[in-house]
Design a protein around this ligand. Structure first.
Ligand code: SAH
Length: 521
């Protein structure tokens, strides 16, 4: 006992530093362990190349410190970074030092770890996927291959090969029969290629530059050792890129895959609410594109909970509860358990759903869906109900405050008694990057704009107020999730280029992918 109370008065427990590899850019390429560390960190110290998508995984109260290095513009000098890590750890914090690729591959991670060791600060390394392997892989180049290269060498291209005391033996490198991968070599391209040729590497050796590998903006340039410098100059090829030298580069024609994806290189605006956009962003990335989030909707509690609470208290009196959206399901059940204490109180009414995604949200709660409108529209539900199943029956429709009236109107006309209760309201988001999106649109840096409901359309138009939308969206593909949303787009004087045939987010992304695939064919 005495010991326990004594230890309470001691200095706070020492912190720990995790040197975490963020992977090369695609946020899916971080390790599971790395992601866990990011999610639980008190402090995250990160660089220019460490994925911003990963930073979003941090705890809301985590301290995020950017120490980015880009070329010579250092936000913090290396000594200051080292000092920062030691100081934060001494405060007892759990720190993630997030670095692009692998922390120990040209990341100066080794030096940071030495400083921590010297200061007696505990640390661990969570390796990452290095760009030296991943960028070639995404460009269709295996760095080793039985017929091409039985070894691979990672080299810093940062060093000037003409300097007297080079740490790199160019003669040895030139004789190296494996694949050579240079990092940080774009500026030194001429020196690198000339030095290799000078010491005997064939000028016709295939080489590739891969910029921003694994990201939707990936760009590759294939040439030969003697030509690459001029070719890169001509095309204005910029860092960050890896330079791959060796005959394995020639496999790219057969093994290229990422750059062939239908949405590759396309930036696509996602206008749905932030909470709902993750799945869509993942689907876009899966097709090789980049989702640009521009939430036009924020979800608010209903203006008055009384009607919903009353319906929940009398839930057994209803013959049917019909859900029209995932959001409706989520919010209904959240409130349900604030008012009721037992799911069995839902036992009375039968359950209807519009669309398979809404239905699966209901099933997740262990509740069977008795009726599913397969065409995802209110009209679909109406068609499924014969008049005599509606007459005199009581219906509850928990949904957004503003929504289409087709379903309640149709059921009422068929003799049903319908209570429509609001489970949420939608509003414009408080904060929005409107200026940035406007300039992306006018610079034609967005390939497509997507709308997943009529409200996303009307809110988008409202947020772009004062702009000539037709001009702003000229050349931008407009994609809609289904006919109701499309009608709203057209009412606002805009064209619809793509309409999903399955009215779900996946259906929309699929339709968009097919559209762009056809266009490039
Ligand atoms: N630790 C990192 C490398 C840091 S040095 C890793 O393991 O990947 C920075 C250099 O890495 C850049 O100059 C570039 O050559 C390379 N690099 C990092 N990310 C890259 C990417 N996504 N595509 C191509 N090269 C990349």
């Amino acid at each position: 006992m005495a010991q326990t109370s004594k230890s309470k008065n001691e200095a706070p427990e020492s912190g720990i530093v995790y040197l975490v590899g963020a992977g090369p850019g695609d946020p899916g390429l971080i390790t599971v362990k790395g992601l866990e560390k990011i999610r639980s960190a008190d402090v995250i110290v990160y660089d220019y190349l460490a994925g911003s998508a990963l930073i979003r995984e941090a705890r809301p109260d985590a301290e995020l410190i950017y120490v980015g290095k880009k070329g010579k513009n250092h936000t913090l000098e290396q000594v200051d970074i080292n000092e920062l890590l030691v100081r934060k750890a001494t405060e007892g914090k759990k720190i993630v030092r997030l670095k692009g690729g692998d922390p120990y591959v040209f990341g100066r991670g080794g030096e940071e770890a030495e400083q921590l060791a010297a200061a007696g600060i505990p640390f661990e390394v969570v390796p990452g996927v290095t760009s030296a392997v991943a960028a070639p892989a995404y460009a269709g180049i295996p760095v080793t291959h039985r017929d091409h290269a039985s070894m691979v060498t990672f080299i810093t291209g940062h060093e000037d090969p003409t300097k007297e005391e080079s740490a790199i033996d160019w003669e040895v490198l030139a004789k190296n029969p494996g694949t050579l991968v240079f990092l940080m070599g774009v500026k030194n391209l001429q020196n690198i290629s000339e030095s290799l040729i000078k010491f005997g590497k064939s000028p016709s050796t295939p080489v590739a530059l891969v910029r921003w590998g694994t990201l939707p903006v990936q760009a590759s340039l294939v040439s030969t050792l003697s030509q690459i410098h001029e070719e890169a100059l001509r095309r204005g090829f910029q860092a960050p890129a890896v330079l791959v030298v060796g005959t394995a580069v020639s496999l790219r024609d057969t093994l290229g895959w990422f750059e062939k994806k239908p949405l590759f290189g396309k930036r696509i605006l996602v206008t749905r609410g932030r909470e709902q956009s993750k799945k869509m962003a993942d689907a876009i990335r899966d097709q090789g594109g980049e989702a640009v989030l521009f939430p036009t909707i924020s979800f608010l509690p209903p203006a008055d909970y009384a009607p919903l609470d009353e319906a929940i208290c009398n839930i057994a009196a209803y013959d049917w509860v019909i859900f029209t959206s995932v959001n409706g399901v989520e919010r209904f059940f959240q409130r349900f358990f604030e008012v009721q204490d037992d799911i069995r109180k839902m036992a009375g009414p039968r359950i209807g759903a519009i669309g398979p995604v809404t239905a699966s949200e209901i099933r997740k709660r262990g509740i069977k869906v008795d009726l599913l409108a397969k065409d995802f529209l209110a009209e679909g539900v109406l068609e499924l109900f014969p008049r005599k199943q509606v007459e005199g029956k009581r219906f509850l429709i928990p949904r957004a405050e503003k929504a289409r009236e087709i379903l309640p109107k149709g059921l009422t006309e068929m003799g049903g008694m319908v209570d429509v209760v609001s489970v949420y309201r939608t509003g414009l988001p408080e904060k929005a990057n409107v200026t940035e999106i406007k300039s992306s649109l006018s610079d034609k840096k967005l390939a497509a704009v997507t709308f997943t409901s009529s409200s996303t359309v009307t809110h988008f138009v409202e947020m772009m107020k004062g702009e000539n939308l037709t001009a702003l969206l000229d050349g931008v593909t407009i994609a809609s999730i289904g006919p109701v949303t499309s009608a709203t787009v057209k009412e606002n004087g805009l064209p619809v280029h793509v309409e999903a045939s399955t009215y779900t987010v996946d259906g929309l992304v699929k339709a968009l992918a097919e559209y762009f695939r056809d266009q490039s064919a």
